[in-house]
Write a protein that binds this ligand. Structure first.
Ligand code: AMP
Length: 396
């Protein structure tokens, strides 16, 4: 696909730039995390420097194709100006030609105020390109699993390029599962296997070692015959677990399950617990985190790996002391990454929160803030807006 390094001679041209500015906002209307805004800065400043007029397209929340001012982006230009250090204008409709505006960078109103956005109707795609836009730049990996007008549609309608943040994200993902340095391990944790079945099927094909943790490890252990007491456990997933083992056998992937866990009587911060072998979980207790033997075994495996892909916490990381295994493993992976012996690529909503809590979010090789898009990529699916960018390159 073409990137911004290929983009020449754009002085005075109008570029539609798709960003994901669906940022978290507190009750007082303050943006609580500017990561997505900060990651877009390099692209915005590069396009400004090239002399282009830039109209930024983004969604915000789920207004369901209607103009609903609760989801207006009008509050954001001042935040963008602060983070990017350049003037940012605002136009209250994403279909208007912004060339007349007095700022070179203009934020357009929420693209999801129109039904044609999510439906990706040809009529809406041509309205949004409007006959006035020259080029499309997609710098929003996190919405690239959506075949929407402002993600996939425009990439078919205009000469299209990947922005810098998109390029970095795709390079990191390729380093993780495309052409990784081996041995490659994946850590998959979190609550349930039912939401991550496709991820697990795909990973056993791609990685050498699959390390399981969190509630989903309980389901695996149960399927193998362990009694898991009151633990979170999807008892009806036995057949799926066995088929994942079968597939792993075929592909030569080793699956590692925790051998011990922290067993408590209640899901509560500060709950009293004992470390027990997974084969002896008391009937009245639940496993809320991996135990210290498991943590040591995982660390030892990681020390032999060159690449790590991580999604999902190893326990109930939101409540102490059940954040212990996640913190220990995250800090160890960070240490190996900083020392240059491991490339760690992590992503998915709770994973970012867990790594931030462990204080190592900036020490990994790459942390993706894309929730759904990161998971679909982990599932091995083609992301329509990325495919469209690649096709554009082939067509030219
Ligand atoms: P997910 O969204 O699937 O990545 O799951 C993340 C959630 O899994 C977090 O809210 C964790 O508290 C929860 N979780 C992880 N391990 C356990 C466990 N052993 N028991 C209960 N919940 C867990």
């Amino acid at each position: 696909m073409k990137t911004l390094n290929d983009l020449k001679g754009v002085k005075g041209k109008l570029i539609l730039l798709r960003l994901d500015l669906n940022v978290p906002v507190d009750d007082a209307g303050n943006v609580t995390d500017t990561t997505r805004i900060d990651r877009a800065k390099e692209t915005v400043l590069a396009l400004k420097k090239k002399g282009a007029n830039v109209a930024i397209l983004s969604h915000f929340g789920r207004p369901k194709g209607q103009k609903d001012m609760a989801y207006s982006l009008s509050f954001l230009p001042s935040v963008l100006e602060k983070q990017w250090g350049v003037p940012v204008g605002f136009i209250d409709d994403c279909l208007i030609d912004p060339k007349g505006s007095d700022t070179q960078i203009t934020l357009m109103e929420n693209v999801r105020f129109y039904e044609g956005e999510e439906a990706c109707t040809p009529d809406f795609v041509s309205k949004i390109a409007g006959g006035h836009a020259d080029i499309f730049v997609n710098d929003a990996f996190s919405v690239s699993h959506r075949a929407h007008a402002s993600t996939e549609g425009l990439a078919h309608a205009l000469p299209s390029y990947a922005g810098f943040a998109m390029e970095k994200e795709l390079d990191a993902l390729n380093d993780a599962l495309g052409e990784p340095e081996r041995p490659v391990a994946a850590i998959v944790g979190g609550a349930k296997i039912s939401t991550k079945l496709d991820v697990l099927y795909n990973l056993v094909e791609k990685v050498d070692i699959l390390i399981l943790g969190g509630g989903m490890a309980n389901t695996f252990l149960y399927a193998l015959g362990a009694e898991m007491g009151q633990s979170l456990c999807e008892k009806d997933m036995k057949d799926q677990v066995l088929s994942i083992f079968e597939k792993a056998e075929e592909t030569g992937c080793s699956i590692m399950l925790p051998m011990d866990g922290k067993a408590a009587e209640e899901f509560k911060a500060g709950a009293v617990y004992d470390e027990v072998p997974m084969t002896a979980v008391p009937e009245n207790r639940m496993i809320l985190d991996a135990g210290s033997q498991s943590v040591e075994a995982i660390k030892s495996l990681l020390s032999q790996c060159k690449t790590l892909v991580w999604n999902g916490p190893m326990g109930a990381f939101e409540i102490e002391p059940f954040d212990g295994a996640t913190n220990d493993i995250a800090r160890y992976a960070a240490q190996l990454t900083k020392a240059g012996s491991l490339k760690t690529i992590a992503g998915g909503g709770d994973t970012v929160a867990a790594l931030a809590k462990a204080g190592v979010v900036n020490d990994m090789t790459y942390v993706s803030t894309a929730g759904g898009a990161f998971l679909e990529w982990l599932e091995g699916k083609d992301l329509p807006a990325i495919t469209a960018l690649e096709m554009m390159d082939e067509e030219e």
